[in-house]
Ligand binder design. Structure first.
Ligand SMILES: [Zn+2]
Ligand SMILES: [Zn+2]
Length: 415
C-alpha cells in the first residue's frame, strides 16, 4: 500500500516538473530566447532567434536560416550562437558587455559574409568604440612581411549606430511573413553615471483593410484610395522583448521619471513604460541577498545595479506615487504592475558570489515577490557546478535558463 502512494506522489512530482519544463519555452510572439549567459563582471550575452513561420501561423514555408539578434556582446559561452546576429544592442561600455564585439564582427564576416553587423551603441560611447575599431583593424591586418602576399586587410567590419534615449530604429531586413516588421526603442537607465541604455524590441503587423471596406470590389477600392481615403486599419504593435542592460532600481522606476523637457526625454520615459508591457522582460539582478536589506540596497545603488529587495517596488507598486501605500503589510496593498501579456521575466547578471546555481535560485525564491514566481526564469548557467548540471538535468533549458516554478517543484519533490 505504502509503495503505491509513494509511486503516485513521485510520479505526480515528476509530472509537475515535466509540465514546467515543457510549458516554459521562452518565446514572445515572434522571438525565442536562444541562449542567455551572464555573470556580473564576467560576461553577458543574450541571443534571440526569430520563430519560424510555422510556429507563428499555419501553412507557411520554412525559412533557410532564421534571423538572430543579440543583447550585449561580452565574452561568454554563447558566442557561437551569437555569431549570425546581424543586430546587436549594446547596453553600455563595460567590457563584460562589449568585450567580444570585434571578435563577433570578424566571426560574422568569416561565417556569414554579407553586410557588416550593426551595433547599436549609446551615443557617448561611439568615439571610444571607433578608437577600438582602428586599433583592432590594425592588429588584425598586421603583417610581418608586406611583400609576400597574404592578407593586408582586416576582416573586421562593423556598423556602429549612435543611439540616444528615446530613439527608435526599424530592424531592416528582418520580417516574419510579408506583414510583420520589427523595431527597437531605447530608454535611459541609471548605471552609476556610465552612459547606459535599455531596449525594447517590438513588432508591427499590418492588419489589412478596415472592416467597412472589406466587401468592396477592387475598382471601388482603387477609387477611394485615389481620393485619399485610408483603407488600411492601423498596424498591430506588440512590445515583445525588453532588456534593462545594467541599471540600479532608480533607472527603472517609473514614479521617479519626470520628463524634463523635449520630445526625446518624453519618449524615453514612454519606452521605459513599455518595458513593463513586454511579453518577455530580461531584467538585470545582481544582488540576491534579501536578508541584507538597507545596506545591500545602498551598495547596489552605488554600484549601479539592482538589488533583489527593490523588485517589490519596481514590479508591485510602480503605478502608485502614494507613500501611504507602504504602510502595513505590503502583500495586502500591492498588485503586480506587469501586463497580462508578460509571460516571462528573466533575471540575468547574477553575482558569482551568490553561486552555486541552486543557492542563487533559493535566494531568488526567498527574495522576489511571490506574484512574480510564476513568470520567473533565471539565466543561471554561469553558476552551475558539474554536480548541479547533473542533478538539475532537464530543468536546465537549452538556452541556459531555469524556471523558478520548475526548480521549486524539483526542490520539494520527495527525496
Ligand atoms: Zn555588467
Ligand atoms: Zn556595467
Amino acid at each position: 500500500m505504502r509503495s503505491k502512494v509513494d509511486v503516485t506522489t513521485i510520479t505526480s512530482s515528476f509530472l509537475i516538473i515535466g509540465t514546467f519544463c515543457h510549458s516554459y519555452s521562452m518565446t514572445s510572439s515572434h522571438w525565442k530566447i536562444l541562449s542567455a549567459w551572464s555573470k556580473a563582471g564576467i560576461g553577458t550575452n543574450v541571443v534571440l532567434e526569430l520563430l519560424p513561420l510555422s510556429a507563428v501561423g499555419p501553412g507557411r514555408k520554412k525559412m533557410k536560416s532564421l534571423p538572430r539578434i543579440a543583447f550585449d556582446m561580452g565574452a561568454t559561452p554563447c558566442f557561437d550562437d551569437a555569431i549570425p546576429a546581424k543586430y546587436v544592442f549594446l547596453s553600455h561600455g563595460h567590457i563584460d558587455h562589449v568585450g567580444a564585439v570585434f571578435s563577433h564582427a570578424r566571426a560574422h564576416s568569416v561565417s556569414c559574409g554579407g553586410e557588416a553587423p550593426t551595433y547599436f551603441v549609446p551615443a557617448d560611447l561611439v568615439p571610444h568604440l571607433e578608437q577600438c575599431r582602428e586599433a583592432m583593424i590594425s592588429l588584425d591586418a598586421s603583417q610581418m612581411h608586406n611583400s609576400n602576399g597574404g592578407r593586408k586587410e582586416s576582416l573586421i567590419q562593423v556598423n556602429f549606430i549612435s543611439v540616444k534615449p528615446g530613439d527608435e530604429f526599424i530592424l531592416k531586413g528582418i520580417h516574419s511573413g510579408s506583414k510583420t516588421s520589427f523595431f527597437m526603442r531605447a530608454f535611459q537607465v541609471d548605471h552609476c553615471g556610465h552612459p547606459a541604455l535599455g531596449y525594447v524590441i517590438g513588432s508591427r503587423t499590418t492588419s489589412g483593410l478596415k472592416e467597412e471596406y472589406q466587401s468592396l470590389d477592387n475598382a471601388t477600392l482603387r477609387e477611394l484610395a485615389m481620393s485619399g481615403v485610408v483603407l488600411q486599419s492601423d498596424p498591430i504593435e506588440k512590445i515583445e522583448v525588453a532588456y534593462t542592460g545594467d541599471t540600479c532600481a532608480n533607472g527603472l522606476k517609473l514614479d521617479q521619471m519626470r520628463p524634463l523637457s523635449g520630445d526625446a526625454s518624453e519618449k524615453s520615459v514612454l519606452y521605459k513604460q513599455q518595458l513593463f508591457q513586454a511579453e518577455v522582460i530580461l531584467c538585470e539582478l545582481t544582488y540576491l541577498d534579501s536578508s541584507e536589506e538597507e545596506e545591500g540596497r545602498r551598495r547596489a545603488a552605488e554600484r549601479g545595479h539592482l538589488h533583489i529587495c527593490e523588485l517589490e517596488r519596481l514590479f508591485m507598486s510602480n503605478e502608485s506615487n502614494d507613500d501611504t501605500r507602504f504602510d502595513g503589510p505590503v502583500e495586502s496593498v500591492s498588485t503586480c504592475v506587469l501586463d497580462r501579456q508578460t509571460k516571462h521575466i528573466v533575471f540575468y547578471h547574477l553575482s558569482g558570489r551568490c553561486g552555486p546555481a541552486t543557492r542563487a535560485l533559493d535566494m531568488i525564491a526567498d527574495g522576489i515577490p511571490r506574484q512574480l514566481h510564476r513568470r520567473c526564469q533565471v539565466a543561471v548557467s554561469s553558476l552551475l557546478t558539474s554536480d548541479e548540471k547533473h542533478s538539475l538535468g532537464r530543468l536546465i533549458q537549452p538556452n541556459g535558463c531555469v524556471s523558478l516554478m520548475a526548480y521549486l517543484a524539483w526542490r520539494g519533490r520527495p527525496k
